[in-house]
Design a protein around this ligand. Structure first.
Ligand SMILES: O=C(O)CCC(=O)C(=O)O
Length: 273
């Protein structure tokens, strides 16, 4: 990260990285998503996609690593991994991801996240000049987002808030000046710590909103429940593992990013062969 990016991420809790994807990459990812026809796939227990719908015009669906090689390789996007290394530490790992789709008129997704109350997974701190971000999101915009289109919104600086976000703000019924809309061009990545209070405004543009949200943790930490043993474990396909990346030299870095969480003698995820 540049000095300017580090300053802005620490100050705001998010950063916009323009051109994180080339226009051809945006085009290809959109073409593959069109082919998946995700608005019309079966939903329910037997389906091999996991849907979460806010309303009929706004849903999340996972897991993107199964939708073709470009989605898998995006986990190790060379334009982004340097940022993640600095924010999460050298052993950072990919935890899970999903695609987000919205059409107008949609509802809002209420504000969530925030530094207070303290949550060790959804956390942000700086010690000795080193950033320690917990669960951190890279949200790739696959369409342009204008200033009045709706979509992602955040309370800048709330990743260091000492008081909980007031209940009256959460529902986004009356979006006040404390909220920051983040217009960006297709191909931009909005990197944010989940400790930032954030949510989604209703989508109002004529075109569909599409974003890919890839979530990372420090190497010792998992957010999703794939390691649980209480009978609620996710199906095998739900979360990626090193074996999902072809076992050749080119993919050693990707395989390290797909490692499960552990700490002892964990190798650096990027920057080595
Ligand atoms: O990009 C957005 O609209 C925010 C989505 C979000 O907060 C989430 O998926 O938890």
């Amino acid at each position: 990260m540049t000095e300017e990016e580090r300053y802005l991420f620490d100050l705001q809790g998010y950063l916009v990285v323009e051109d994180a994807l080339e226009p051809e990459e945006v085009e290809e990812l959109n073409r593959l998503l069109d082919a998946c026809d995700l608005w019309n796939q079966p939903r329910g227990h037997d389906a091999d996609l996991d849907y979460w719908a806010n309303d009929e015009n706004f849903f999340h669906v996972s897991p993107p690593h199964r939708w073709g090689r470009p989605f898998l390789e995006l986990v190790g996007n060379p334009r982004i991994v340097g940022h993640l290394r600095e924010l999460l530490g050298p052993g950072f790992r990919y935890d899970h991801g999903h695609a987000l789709f919205m059409r107008k008129p949609s509802t809002a997704l209420e504000l969530h996240g925030g530094a207070t109350p303290w949550d060790p997974v959804i956390s942000y701190g700086v010690a000795g000049g080193v950033i320690h971000s917990g669960l951190t999101v890279v949200a790739y915009g696959l369409c342009d987002v204008g200033p009045d289109d709706g979509g992602f919104v955040a309370v800048p600086g709330s990743h260091k808030a000492n008081f909980a976000c007031p209940d009256g703000f959460l529902a986004l019924d009356d979006p006040g000046p404390w909220l920051k809309r983040i217009p960006h061009r297709a191909g931009s990545a909005v990197i944010f710590t989940e400790a930032l209070t954030h949510g989604t405004l209703p989508w109002t543009a004529d075109h569909e909103r599409r974003a890919l949200l890839y979530r990372y943790t420090p190497g010792h930490m998992a957010f999703v429940g794939r390691y649980r043993q209480d009978g609620r474990s996710e199906p095998d396909w739900a979360y990626p593992r090193p074996a999902d990346a072809p076992d050749d030299d080119l993919n050693q870095e990707l395989r390290r990013l797909l490692e499960p969480p552990y700490a002892w003698e964990r190798p650096d995820s990027v920057g080595q062969t």
